[in-house]
Unconditional design. Sequence first.
Lengths: 341, 351
Amino acid sequence: MLPEIDYNLRFRTLEVKGLENGVLLKVRNLKKYFPVRGGLFSKVVGYVQAVDRVSFDIKRGEALGLVGESGCGKTTLGMCILRLIDPTSGEVIFRNRNIAKLKQREIIEIYKDMQIIFQDPYGSLNPRMKIGEIVGEPLLIHKLVKNKTEKGAKIIRLLEEVGLDSTYTNKYPHELSGGQRQRIAIARALAVSPRFIICDEPSSALDVSIQAQIINLLEDLKEQLSLTYLFISHDLSVVKHISERIAVMYLGKIIEIAGSEKVCYSPKHPYTKALISAVPIPDPDLKHEYISLTEEIPSPINIPSGCRFHTRCPYVKEKCRNFEPELREIEKGWFVACHFI
Amino acid sequence: METRAKKENWKNEMLLSVSNLKTHFYMEDKVVKAVDGVDFSIRKNEILGMVGESGSGKSVCALSILRLLPIPSCKISGQVYFNGENLLKLNERQMQKIRGKEISMIFQEPTTSLNPVLTIGDQIAESIKLHQKLDKRKTWEKVVEILKLVKIPEPFRRVKEYPYEMSGGMKQRVMIAMALSSNPSLLIADEPTTALDVTIQKQILYLIKDLQKKLGTSVLFITHNLGVIAEVADKVVVMYAGKVLEYAPVNKIFHQPEHPYTLCLLKSIPRLDVSRGIKLEVIPERLPDPAALPRGCLFHPRCKFAIDICKKKEPELEKIGDNHIVRCWMYNKEEAINFKTIQETVDVTRN
């Protein structure tokens, strides 16, 4: 096993510096290992290290973008924060409560403050429920309305908030297009007036012209309702557009976290550099340098020793193979996990 | 004599020329006009990018060229001239000789396009056997050679692997290898990188561009991603609801787009090279239902420049410059003004 690094110590010093102010969500050493079973008696033969000792903060009113290739643990991280999956260990502190330690009965309470919007609006809405019922369900669960008229009025207000109208209440999801369904999913998330929303690839399943509608809607809502987002996406251009800060994930770990302009224009970590250079830019005259990554992403079951990026890193040195780098602050609010930065 | 000269000319210039291609699907109670009068051409040694949102008819267009659609329920009309020959007039046996040999295709999802119970060597060999008469050893040598061409490391070991043992990017390389195994003159790539991660996407794009230069193959590259188009294409066709709205060289499309749809589309995508805080432009409403297309210009319900004539009459393709064709009333002012006066007279007399 790799030696445990005391993240708490480092972050405690940060808190003293005054970063604690305005922090809405704190994630510390969050870990999720999925057991891999095999053999005669389905013994545990290994672990998929989907999320491995991740720590970060989200400030009130900001949007933190989370990017990475498929299989790097972005969605698992989001689900662990919401306790849709139970994390293996670590802390998720939201309003002075450690979500990771809450009892099942208490979890439902936090959903009044935290909600999620999923990627696929075709799979996330119950096909047997009318739109009115879908949007109204959270109101009933959390007993936020007293009677039917109040509920009806609230549903209509929510639909108007996301750019739809009252005619949709009696429709079924199959009658709507992808963009409209995603609006319904947003209205449902907004029903409990949450402070914090996890957006898990909310625009990836949509067409180009519809994607802009949803992104603009999310931006407007953030401003009007002073929401905080964790915006998960594989598309760096979208993440950069919507979020103030970006965290880059690779094989279950955050390897760089900083303001979004910094990450996109002067990335430090070799992986971030490669990722940025691979994003296609809609300008045929712009020919920027492309850093080719040699191999494809290793399996999260056999995570490489030392720095987990060393198998693909163009600047790999001996130290990288043996020692795992930790997140270091190289500038105020700019953390990179690399030995040679 | 003249026809032969014409054919020679064909050989030198054009590889594929599609004109007035229509593919209509007949359902029980309605007709879906998936492709409705598409014209474009591909020269030799050229990459033509075809861009459009879902349901714009990009894939159906490609499948119509190869005649891979179920015949009874769909009707293809128009002309598809490939090397001076109309593909729509050929019989099934002649067509079989074109598919995979002269024109090959790669699809979006490499996992579902490969046979899971055959090794990838066997699958590539199959397509070589079908079109070239080589003996067993030579075929195998060719398989290894073609895997080297698409830059698969350790091809000798890889030929014996099954698709499940390979990653998505590798599988797409195998698909490209298979498609190029008989040196086709046209490669149709239907969203070849959509299912892949960005870093792998870039590698595949570079590979396609590289091989296109090396082998002199023409490519019809279909995608919904404008960034990808900017990266690979020489010329671009913009599709919308089964029709071509704009056709121009790639520089023109990105720097001086003339059709309102192209213009709005470019402004509606978030870009990495533009600083934050600039709002995206939104194209309102949704894509039209292909079974109930709007009257007049197909884009008018979502167009911010729409005037009366757009709602009533469909514009034709207008040539506005070298290799630049647009379907919009803005570029046929005479007709638009004419229409306006007629409309006004009608209104006056009615009153």
